[in-house]
Design a binder for this molecule. Structure first.
Ligand code: B12
Ligand code: SF4
Length: 499
């Protein structure tokens, strides 16, 4: 069958949809024909209608985040109007949580896929193409008349068996524009109040073997000529020994790729040896989800870490010579202007190279979602906000932290950026372009910095000498003038006394 997979547009560019790459490789393995359209990065400029006309897919599948739920609805409505025979299906984080509401509001989408889609989609297509009942396919939800059928999903525990993602099937992809996305494990056992990963990818942490991970990178290097990659795991270092082993193999094989962990690692899941091995294996930049600098709030957000863990991890990362990024949230339960100021003070004690303060967006399925419904007042449709956006939108308020105070808090954090300006500017540019600072770039920058320091020292010394000379010259001139005046006066007095 022909399947067109679409990543609908949101506000953020820079990363490609790896989930669709994984689906594509599983579908190709059983001889389906697949095309992926990325509507976030403008790799492909043809209008969707033209692509559908020329590719003539049997099925169109959308990957939906809460932030792209609205755009999915409008694209799929248009497709239904113009190509009524194409079967439309959807999966992804938003669907895994809100399948019922989404299917109800979007009857043009006939099937929702809950959780990981590789096995259920292959199974579904096998039956669908034969015209056999799909009633028992795992991990799907669908309406028959007004009755919703929901089949329990499967949690894939044999990740090594999955074929490597086929990102080359993304129309007109340009690999130089983003780091190669790598997922070495799926799922997360923790319970942070603001995070929905446990529902999307399950609480069971499943991992790939270090050999399998490195093989993917070797293949990507050959096939796509990648120079850098990004680890997108929710919990890359949960098992320290496995993470160390991945690094050791990368070092041994002299893989020569620079990489980053901007999705963050846990502060309590790094030690000195791991930090050293990561750096040696090419890691140039790591993010920590710090969230808040207030101990009470930190204790209540379900992270199971302490601020001490954050300080320790920050030190280890910096000492190992990697860039350190901190993510903070404005609007956690108990937050107010005072606690944000406290967070800012805490932030200053960490040697961060860059930081991001995001306005809290309560996603469905999270504890935060329930908290806001109980304690707060929703101000916006959350499908319309993003926590890292430059455009300030406040999705909810609480009696202790009003919308205008949240704006004030955000402004305070924005002002902080001034102190980081030169470095921040470079990092933001790199982040937008998705270019981590690789080690050579860091060295180059240090050399330039030293050069410019020397330049400033020379300039100061020279200025000192010059101004010294000027002072001496003026002093001599003043002395001469004074001497002349003195002579005139004494001559005058002498003449008068003679008279
Ligand atoms: C990489 C990433 C990004 C990248 C790439 C985005 C992209 N174009 O796909 C970037 C950095 C750009 C990004 C941006 C955002 N992201 Co993001 N991101 C992730 C991250 C860390 C990894 C995603 C990933 O690759 N997973 C691995 C693959 C294998 O899994 P998958 O994508 O879920 O796909 C599987 C299934 O979902 C399913 N599936 C997916 N699509 C489809 C389609 C069909 C037809 C079928 C059958 C099945 C199916 O099968 C796939 C294979 O098993 C996740 C965390 C996570 N665990 O999901 C957050 C996550 C998805 N992001 C999230 C958010 C909130 C955002 C932003 C809104 C943040 C913001 N900046 O404000 C933006 C919105 C993006 C936009 N377009 O505007 C939330 C989503 C919450 C929600 N309810 O939607 C997550 C879950 C993070 C979190 N902890 O809350 N993100
Ligand atoms: S924020 Fe990280 S540690 Fe917390 S639940 Fe989400 S993925 Fe797990």
């Amino acid at each position: 069958m022909k399947i067109l997979l679409i990543d609908p547009p949101g506000w953020q560019k820079g990363g490609v949809n790896l989930g669709l790459g994984y689906l594509a490789s599983s579908l190709c393995q059983v001889k389906h024909e697949v095309k992926i359209i990325d509507l976030n990065n403008n790799f492909c400029c043809d209008p969707i209608d033209d692509i559908v006309k020329s590719f003539t897919p049997d099925i169109i599948g959308y990957s939906v985040k809460t932030a792209t739920a609205n755009s999915t609805a409008s694209i799929s409505n248009r497709i239904k109007e113009r190509f009524p025979k194409v079967l439309q299906i959807a999966g992804g984080p938003h669907i895994s949580i809100c399948y019922e509401k989404f299917l109800k509001a979007n009857r043009q989408i006939k099937f929702a896929f809950i959780g990981e889609g590789e096995h259920s989609l292959v199974n579904f297509l096998e039956l669908w193409s034969k015209g056999v009942s799909i009633q028992k396919v795992k991990g799907i939800a669908f309406y028959q008349n007004d009755n919703l059928t929901v089949n329990k999903r499967e949690i894939n525990s044999t990740l090594d068996k999955l074929p490597f993602p086929r990102l080359d099937l993304i129309e007109d992809i340009n690999f130089s524009q983003f780091p190669y996305p790598l997922v070495t494990s799926r799922g997360c056992p923790y319970d942070c109040v603001f995070c929905c990963v446990g529902i999307i990818s399950s609480k069971k942490w499943r991992y790939r073997s270090p050999q399998n991970v490195v093989s993917e990178l070797e293949e990507a290097k050959k096939r796509y000529r990648i120079k850098r990659f990004e680890i997108l795991d929710d919990n890359f270092t949960l098992n320290l020994n496995r993470a160390k082993e991945i690094c050791r193999i990368l070092i041994k094989k002299k893989i020569g790729l620079s990489w980053q962990c901007h999705n963050g690692i846990r502060a309590d899941k790094i030690d000195e040896e791991l930090a050293y091995l990561m750096k040696k294996a090419g890691c140039v930049s790591i993010a920590l989800g710090i969230e808040t600098g207030d101990e009470d709030i930190f204790r209540n957000i379900g992270k199971g870490e302490t601020l001490q863990d954050i300080k320790r991890a920050a030190k280890l990362i910096k000492n190992a010579g990697m860039e350190l990024i901190g993510y903070f949230i404005i609007g956690l339960p108990g937050d107010n202007l005072r606690t944000i100021k406290k967070t800012i003070e805490f932030q200053k004690t960490l040697a961060l190279d860059w930081f991001v303060y995001g306005i809290m967006v309560p996603y469905p399925g999270t504890k935060m979602w329930d908290y806001v419904r109980k304690e707060g007042k929703i101000l916006l449709d959350i499908t319309d906000v993003s926590h890292f956006s430059d455009e300030l939108k406040i999705p909810f308020e609480t009696p202790g932290f009003t919308a205008s105070e949240r704006k004030q808090a955000y402004e305070l954090t924005k002002n902080l950026e001034k102190f980081y300006r030169p470095k921040i500017k470079q990092l933001i540019i790199n982040y937008i372009r998705n270019e981590p600072l690789d080690s050579t770039a860091v060295e180059e920058r240090q050399k330039n910095q030293e050069k410019s320091n020397r330049f400033y020292i020379n300039a100061v010394v020279q200025a000192g000498i010059r101004s010294g000379l000027v002072v001496v010259a003026w002093s001599i001139l003043a002395f001469i003038l004074l001497a002349v005046q003195f002579r005139k006066i004494s001559n005058f007095c002498f003449r008068r006394s003679n008279k």
